[in-house]
Write a protein that binds this ligand. Structure first.
Ligand code: NZQ
Ligand code: ZN
Length: 395
């Protein structure tokens, strides 16, 4: 097992009516001026936002609201939020929504605490994030895991770059998680969220480290199996509280780092997916399933035993050679995504095949002109990335 540092400072309030404790908990954290961030309106339509507003008002807490966060959240709205939060003198940023809203809230918190720095400078690496202010979320979609994660992903619409920032300062202080709030999520977002949760564990499970890491492996395998089982129930009945609870809790655990402690992460499929989201506004989870099978087929020979172990532990495949089990495990994972109705190729994701120059341009951007290798399992050069995009570019 590799050495690690793990600090999860997020207090999680989980279960029915969790959001009814927003005011009580915000007071406990010394919040008095709350800047609320939300998305395209689902929380207005469901009445969640007005319930939270009433709660804050009746508890004497001042608030201001900013809506309009889009999926693949844009930096322009974040800049607007920073200006508004500063002039409101906010001392807590509260996201009400999914990963895009939470990531925007994280960025607004960082920008408000660092008024002299353009927010994108932290994402582009031009500035180092050294301080922030408290923020948290009322989660309405189980997917990105941003409610506990140390990362936040923004899109710069001027440069068409989608970039993640990892920092301990990205860990929220509070997360309110009521699975009932996810009952209204559109089916497409539900399955994309399920895929993202699985991918956060897969991208940790397949890394270059060969040392034994038995407990973490079992945590990861168990999370994957739990999400798969719950997903079969949830897609038939999205109001199944138990299934939606498992998915929601696994979403937070999956990207908290707990499923990968003692092992380096890979996350190359995420980076390839971000290029597709930046260029085509592809939904995050779908961008990952469109690529994972091609990535796995391209790299599995680097560690056939690891893929064989995955096939055995997750899908119960015990017959055949390591190579046969490894290949079957990949096929079964791809079939699982297909059965959820998710794309497993670029033409399925984008409704069109990409031409060679488009694929090259994506590979070039992903690797910063072949100056950067992606992931750890098989550190990907531009040539590797291009080969994976090409593999995925067939129906
Ligand atoms: O905007 P509204 O109207 O709220 O609608 C949203 C949005 O259209 C809708 N939705 C959310 N909860 C709902 C609901 N509709 C009805 N009822 C509800 N209860 O779902 C749509 C998608 O929302 P979004 O927040 O974009 O989805 P998700 O949570 O999947 O977040 C995706 C973003 O997170 C990033 C992704 O790259 C993407 O930009 N990620 C963030 C990570 C992190 N911070 O740690 C890690 C992930 O790997 C990921 O990269
Ligand atoms: Zn993800």
């Amino acid at each position: 097992m590799q050495s690690f540092n793990f600090k999860l400072p997020t207090e999680i309030i989980f279960g029915r009516h969790a959001e009814d404790r927003v005011a009580e908990k915000l007071r406990e954290y010394g919040a008095s001026r709350i800047f609320i961030v939300y998305g395209g309106g689902s929380v207005v339509r469901s009445g969640l936002l007005s319930r939270i507003e009433c709660q804050l008002t009746s508890n004497g807490l001042a608030f201001q609201v900013l809506g309009g966060v889009q999926p693949n959240p844009r930096v322009a709205l974040v800049r607007e939020g920073i200006r508004a939060a500063i002039s409101f003198k906010a001392n807590f940023i509260l996201a009400v929504g999914g990963g895009s809203v939470i990531d925007s809230a994280k960025a607004i918190a960082h920008g408000t605490a660092n008024p002299g720095t353009d927010i994108w400078d932290f994402w582009s690496g031009r500035a180092e994030l050294k301080k922030t202010m408290p923020f948290g979320s009322v989660l309405t979609l189980a997917a990105a895991g941003s409610e506990t994660s140390d990362s936040a992903v923004l899109t710069n619409e001027d440069t068409m770059r989608k970039v993640g920032l990892s920092s301990p300062l990205n860990r929220p202080v509070l997360a309110f998680m009521n699975p009932e709030l996810t009952y209204t999520v559109p089916k497409k977002q539900l399955v994309c969220g399920i895929a993202d949760i699985l991918m956060h564990t897969l991208e940790r499970y397949f890394s270059c480290d060969k040392e034994e890491n038995a407990f973490t492996d079992r945590v990861a395998e168990s999370l994957i199996k739990t999400v798969m089982e719950a997903s079969h129930v949830a897609v038939k009945n999205q109001q199944d509280y138990d299934a939606m609870s498992e998915i929601m809790w696994c979403g937070s655990v999956s990207h908290s780092d707990f499923t990968g402690l003692g092992r380096r992460k890979d996350f190359s499929v995420h980076k390839l997916g971000h290029e597709l989201s930046a260029r085509f506004d592809a939904t995050h989870g779908a961008s990952l399933t469109a690529l994972w099978g091609s990535w796995a087929k391209y790299v599995y020979k680097d560690d056939i035993a690891r893929f064989a172990k995955f096939a055995e532990r997750v899908f119960g495949i015990t017959d055949g050679t390591d190579e046969e089990r490894a290949r079957l495990g990949i096929e079964m994972m791809v079939t699982y995504f297909q059965n959820l109705g998710l794309p497993t190729s670029l033409p399925e994701l984008l409704d069109t095949k990409l031409n060679d120059s488009e694929l090259y341009s994506l590979a070039d951007l992903a690797t910063n002109g072949d100056k950067k290798k992606l992931g750890t399992f098989h550190p990907l050069t531009r040539k590797d990335v291009l080969a994976i995009y090409k593999l995925a570019n067939v129906k």
